[in-house]
Ligand binder design. Structure first.
Ligand code: GLC
Ligand code: GLC
Length: 811
């Protein structure tokens, strides 16, 4: 069943009922000011860091669901309603929500009044804009009251949700004409404030929640809206809000538009005040003036559209397969931008308080983002590298506002260091900007320990190479990619962290997965060394990689698939002798992507085992058989009920590893079949089962052991975005950046007889048309660049601004 449809020409998903199976959200902003906005105008805003600089409140896990946000109340005659249906839930005569790239348009109609709410964050500015258009389609004059409402957060979301004894006394606002300023803590150590404004003077306002909602009122029944209107309240402590009341009289056919905004501004310490206790509002006034009228609003919205047009122009596919084009050209890349910005911090499943930027997560997000804005990828790589420890290990997470490593979680996740090589390698292949390796970057955020980035990569590789266990495989530490496989933890008490209880480093527990990574990214490291003329170092790295490959094929091979790990007692995890958890997806994907056992046959066997044992109609589950009881020696993985999350859920993130692995063996048919199984656009008509947004990937779909098989959770913030984009754009369609140029190596299903990819790469544009008359799965017989035959399949790097036509023949 569908709850809307894709409008590809406008790059929008159009939701046609407010009663979606879950709130379906969008992200507004892609630089420093962000807002989450659901299809019923729920959500919240923050500046850079969802935990430390939260602008508006949101109550997760609330009932009723999704009540806080950017709501508008319409009072027309005796009827109160919201264009997005929530929170009052008055039935509408018509409803739609268009989620587009960085903007959302919600439209509701009731009793001949049509109200449209357009929301976006303009490029280069720290505010959320909301334009409200009202049109009187009835035959009579209407006098209508309009109330925008939002609730401020007292900046630090964690503290805001827990430290009530202080917070109920500190809330402060200022009212200045049509603007409401939120200035809690500005009197002391904060040099920032928020402002909510409208471009027309309201009839009345409220800034105290109790006055607007009523002490026992709710967003679904605000006293001011249902009663006598706004009261002019000034918040002193308790809960500061911004609410206004506007009165409009509309003749039949008449339309009115109002612009609202929510801005974030900082003042230098010496310039904080314009009079004692009064905020210096100069910057806010300038912001208000920038969006004072419809022309300015339209221009900013058009600039946002142009920005996305440019970004999505870097990789564009025409395949004739509608759903595929839609995923590749629009939604998958859009999600890559969002994961790049948010890491795993703020979604409707991530509270924005739990984690900052993940080291491994952000490095992987780069893989799907680097082609869009390489300069931002470059900055991110340097930020991440600065949280690395001198021995090559790394903080697992850091806060985006401070860019400092997160002490509470610490280090010891032994896959982290190698992901830095993966991310940097992707950057080098995309840009050819070798100067990044010369950048001087802190270790442990300590400038006295700074070294060139190249040295960071060297230590990443070195850390893994020097932390091997009894079988010559890498020690796993607290966990590898699978945060829930905690082999050194042994947590017995509720509430303890599964990851950071126990030693960070056991001398025995080893990871076959990290071994696969070491082979794959160790080769990348060797290539980088060779490019830099470090031939000895490259050769030495290759020797270490070869030794690791051998260790995997001896101690990491189970007979028909790759083992997962050895536990702290040296026992196999993910082997046929295991009672449960006999086979895991991760080492099959990573080891085959690394090419391990490709010649000798293990790789093909491993993928066959995935098909036989892990595949389901909704995707590949993480392991089988699921763990049915808690196992102290395995940790969090066995804490989940069977079929959920890492315990045999369909963890979407590593499905594309198998897709890539299949292409490694030339299996185009199979690769595409797996690709489409989890691609959201292909799941649109089972939205009632899948439940999350049909335009983005979710982290997890319940596996076959779960009662809710097929139900997705944790939409948006998942490494799935980057990896699926890699799997389709590079592995299947075969347009791969290398250190030397753009490689063309498609591995496709036989129905794809012809497709064209337009790729901007290092300043030139290649229009690559692949012809596959005989339906070959893999192999290129001829490549012509502007008519000239090329030897090999790597397109040369062209001059900036050049355009080339590339004809490719498969078979
Ligand atoms: C989550 C984490 C990611 C981890 C994965 C598997 O998605 O963000 O870092 O690799 O779970 O545990
Ligand atoms: C991953 C897992 C989650 C775990 C967390 C800890 O996100 O999916 O279950 O609690 O990592 O870092």
């Amino acid at each position: 069943m569908q709850y809307g449809f894709f409008d590809d020409a406008r790059r929008e998903y159009v939701i046609t009922t407010p009663r979606t199976p879950l709130p379906w959200i969008n992200y507004l902003g892609s630089e420093s000011f962000f807002a989450l906005c659901s299809n019923t105008a729920g959500g919240y805003a923050f500046y850079r860091d969802a935990r430390l600089r939260r602008l508006t409140r949101y109550r997760y896990n609330n009932a009723p669901l999704d009540q806080e946000g950017f709501h508008l109340y319409i009072r027309d005659g005796g009827c109160v309603w919201n264009p997005g249906w929530q929170p009052v839930q008055t039935e509408l005569d018509a409803y739609s929500c268009r989620h587009g790239l960085g903007y959302t348009v919600i439209r509701g109609e009731k009793n001949g009044l049509a109200v449209t709410q357009e929301l976006f964050v303009p490029q280069g500015d720290d505010c959320l804009l909301m334009r409200v258009s009202l049109r009187n389609d009835s035959g009579a004059v209407k006098t209508t009251d309009l109330f925008p409402y939002l609730e401020f957060c007292l900046w630090d979301a964690m503290d805001d949700g827990s430290n009530f004894q202080r917070n109920y006394s500190i809330g402060e606002v200022e009212i200045d004409g049509a603007a409401i300023y939120h200035k809690t803590e500005y009197r002391e150590r904060r040099d920032h404030y928020a402002v909510f404004w409208s471009n027309r003077k309201p009839l009345a306002f409220d800034t105290a929640r109790e006055a607007f909602l009523g002490l026992y009122g709710s967003p679904a029944r605000p006293e001011a809206v249902f009663g006598a209107g706004c009261t002019g309240s000034v918040a002193h402590g308790w809960q500061p809000i911004a609410a206004q009341q506007h009165r409009l009289t509309l003749a039949p056919g008449a339309e009115e538009r109002l612009i609202f905004g929510l801005g974030y501004l900082e003042n230098a310490r010496e310039e904080k005040w314009e009079a004692p206790g009064v905020i210096n509002k100069q910057k806010a006034r300038a912001m208000l003036a920038r969006y004072a009228d419809n022309a300015a609003f339209d221009a900013a919205l058009a600039a946002l559209g142009q920005h996305w047009e440019t970004l999505l122009g870097v990789y564009r596919l025409r395949s004739g397969e509608e759903k595929l084009d839609r995923m590749v050209n629009i939604w998958n890349q859009y999600q890559c931008m969002v994961t790049f910005n948010m890491s795993r911090s703020a979604s409707y499943f991530e509270s924005g308080m739990g984690r900052g930027m993940g080291f491994r997560d952000s490095c992987q997000d780069l893989l799907g983002f680097v082609h869009m804005i390489p300069e931002r990828a470059r900055e991110r790589i340097l930020d991440i590298a600065a949280t690395q420890f001198p021995d090559g290990s790394a903080y697992h997470q850091y806060q985006p506002l401070t860019k400092k490593g997160n002490l509470a979680v610490g280090s010891g996740f032994n896959d982290d260091p190698l992901w830095l090589i993966a991310g940097t390698d992707a950057y080098l292949r995309e840009t050819g900007d070798w100067s990044i390796l010369d950048e001087i970057v802190d270790f442990d955020n300590d400038p006295t320990l700074a070294q060139p980035l190249l040295e960071h990569l060297r230590r990443s590789f070195g850390f893994t190479r020097t932390h091997l266990g009894p079988h010559g495989l890498p020690l796993i530490g607290r966990a590898d990619w699978n945060d829930c496989l905690n082999l050194n933890c042994f947590s017995e008490h509720p509430g303890e962290s599964f990851q950071i209880t126990g030693p960070s480093e056991g001398p025995v527990a080893e990871s076959v997965f990290i071994a696969g990574m070491f082979v794959k990214y160790g080769r990348a490291w060797a290539d980088i060394c060779r490019h830099l003329g470090l031939a000895d170092e490259a050769a030495e790295a290759e020797r270490a990689v070869a030794a690791m490959e051998k260790a995997v094929l001896t101690s990491g091979w189970d007979g028909a698939w790759f083992r997962r790990a050895y536990d702290a007692f040296g026992r196999v995890v993910g082997g046929r002798e295991c009672e449960e958890g006999q086979i895991f997806i991760e080492p099959q994907g990573m080891c085959v992507m690394a090419g391990i056992g490709k010649e000798s046959g293990e790789a093909a066997l491993a993928l066959q085992s995935v098909e036989d044992r892990l595949e389901t109609k909704y995707g590949i589950v993480l392991l089988q058989p699921a763990y049915t009881r808690y196992r102290l020696e395995l940790g969090e993985i066995s804490s989940y009920p069977p079929g959920y999350k890492e315990n045999a859920g369909i963890f979407c993130h590593n499905n594309p590893w198998i897709v890539c692995a299949e292409t490694e063996l030339g299996h185009g048919e199979r690769a595409f079949a797996l690709y489409r199984r989890t691609a959201p656009a292909y799941l649109e008509d089972i939205s009632e089962i899948h439940r999350t947004e049909p335009y983005v990937y979710s982290q997890m779909i319940a596996g076959k052991d779960a009662p809710s098989f097929g139900e997705a959770k944790n939409s948006w913030l998942t490494g799935t975005a980057a990896w699926t984009f890699l799997s389709i754009s590079q592995a299947i369609l075969g347009i791969k950046p290398t250190l030397d140029g753009l490689q063309v190596d498609p591995c496709v299903p036989s129905f794809l007889r012809r497709f064209t990819v337009t790729r901007r790469y290092r300043g030139a544009e290649y229009e690559i048309t692949v012809e596959n008359p005989d339906g070959a799965e893999h192999g290129v017989s001829e490549i012509r660049l502007d008519g000239r035959a090329l030897s090999g399949n790597i397109l040369p790097v062209l001059e900036k601004g050049a355009r080339a036509q590339v004809q490719v023949r498969m078979g």
